[in-house]
Design a protein around this ligand. Structure first.
Ligand code: ACO
Length: 433
């Protein structure tokens, strides 16, 4: 971080202007460094929802929302999606560089060595109701991992952090697939390490002991792309949750479990499931107008799920790639005339031409298409967010590890603007009205 300029702040009290350093990163907007503001002025800044606040510095992911740019460690998402697989992207996010062949092989081997879960953990599932949502199960099981893998929980030790990160990336597909199998009443499948990460996940989801299962390579590649596109997204709500939880020194399994809980919300990772549910609720092209009107009505809390993004105000580059994959998958499966897909394409067209959506820069986001792709892959909508969590685990652990390794790291502790009752006296119960 480089300091080039100074901002001067007039507090309106006739006193000297407060000088605040302006810091520049390698790309993106400069930031005003307000770390000493409270000490020098007695004031806090006020920014609910972090609309103008950089909560940390990071070298991992860069987004330019106006230009529709997303870079992992400097590489455009479009190039990574075309030339790399998810394992290479995981290596890149965690280690900062794309792997050589040899490095890739070693990394995949370390993931494979940890792809199974402790047999005792399997019994943990029996404590859940069969109809529990896979995200509810995933939050619980990932949180419980610290009770199973407690030999490497010293977060100040880089080798412990690396091992926990590998455990999490390796086991998440297994954990989420087991949540699905438990829900269906099927036996769990052990991982098959000769398969790719995405194909292995499909095997754990779809194989049954009674029949041979061979993952379709086109569909496995589509799932791999979903994983790449969701791997990291800088300081979004769930990643910020992981960082905040981790800032207290909490163990990585607890932190990632907190991230999964945050991701579940329909305004975040829950959007792909909510989007598909919404398409099913609309049901027919003739009803699109009614739902568009509801989305535009300021007295109605209904939102067109799958549209809009806090950061992308031009287009979401992941949405473009996912749209492409969506067409590839539907062609491969001969589902071009699938009524839900046709409905989604019609909705996309109408919304993109509507003044309300144009003026607010509301474009389809990645989750608008990823739900359609996953449905075509045979994945039930209740699993969509769990797959998102599987993909984002690498981003979470990379961001968590970066934070812990930073010597300037402090516990996260936002302040507030108090608007409650001012100091008053407690009356004996007999005198209260
Ligand atoms: N449908 C209808 N109107 C919308 C939508 C939508 N999907 N999204 C935003 N708006 C409107 C708001 O009502 C608001 O209108 P106003 O200016 O008249 O009050 C304006 O657009 C700005 O909306 P904000 O809520 O201020 O935008 P913000 O950046 O805070 O929200 C968010 C971003 C949460 C993603 C929002 O667009 C949304 O709720 N979208 C639907 C849920 C969704 O698809 N989430 C997935 C995000 S992608 C991901 O997590 C991977």
């Amino acid at each position: 971080m480089e300091q080039k300029k100074v901002a001067k702040l007039d507090l309106g009290n006739g006193e000297q202007l407060i000088e605040l350093p302006i810091l520049s990163g390698s790309m993106g907007p400069d930031v005003i460094d307000i770390r000493k503001l409270h000490a020098t002025s007695g004031m806090f800044t006020y920014d609910p929802g972090f609309l103008s606040t950089a909560s940390s510095s990071s070298e991992i992911t860069f987004i330019d929302g106006d230009k529709g740019i997303l870079l992992y460690r400097g590489y455009p998402i479009e190039q990574l999606a075309e030339h790399c697989d998810f394992m290479e992207v995981c290596y890149l996010l965690m280690k900062g560089e794309l792997p050589t062949n040899d490095q890739r092989d070693k990394f995949v081997k370390s993931i494979n060595e940890h792809s199974m879960v402790h047999e005792q953990l399997i019994r943990f599932y029996a404590g859940f109701r069969r109809d529990a949502h896979p995200m509810a199960v995933t939050v619980g099981v990932v949180g419980a991992l610290s009770a199973f893998y407690h030999e490497a929980l010293d977060v100040s030790d880089a080798s412990h952090r690396d091992l926990s990160a590998i455990h999490l990336i390796a086991k998440l597909p297994n954990i989420t697939a087991m949540a699905y199998k438990y829900n269906r009443g099927h036996p769990f499948n052990y991982p098959c390490n000769h398969l790719s990460y995405a194909a292995n996940f499909m095997h754990m989801m779809f194989a049954v002991p009674a029949e041979e299962y061979k993952p379709n390579p086109v569909l496995a590649r589509a799932l791999d792309r979903i994983l790449i596109l969701h791997a990291d997204h800088e300081q979004n709500a769930s990643t910020s949750t992981v960082r905040l939880a981790g800032s207290s020194g909490a163990n990585p399994f607890a932190c990632i479990s907190a991230g999964i809980a945050c991701l579940w919300g329909p305004a975040h990772g829950g959007a792909n499931e909510a989007c598909l549910n919404m398409l099913e609720e609309i049901g027919d092209e003739s009803r699109i107008g009614k739902y568009i009107d509801r989305a535009k009505d300021s007295n109605d809390s209904f939102r067109l799920v799958g549209f809009g993004h806090r950061v992308y105000k031009n287009f979401d580059p992941r949405a473009k790639l996912m749209r492409e994959t969506c067409h590839e998958v539907l062609n491969e499966l001969g589902l071009q005339d699938d009524p839900l897909f046709k409905l989604a394409m019609k909705l996309e067209k109408i919304a993109l031409e509507d003044e309300y959506f144009i003026s607010r820069k509301l474009y389809p986001n990645v989750d608008f298409y990823s739900g359609i792709v996953q449905r075509a892959l045979g994945i039930p909508s209740s699993m969509f967010t769990a797959i998102f969590a599987t993909a984002r685990t690498v981003g979470w652990v990379a961001q968590w590890s970066e934070m812990i390794a930073d010597p300037a790291q402090k516990i996260g502790r936002p302040r507030q603007l108090y608007t409650g009752v001012t100091t008053r006296k407690v009356l004996p119960i007999s005198e209260r009205k």
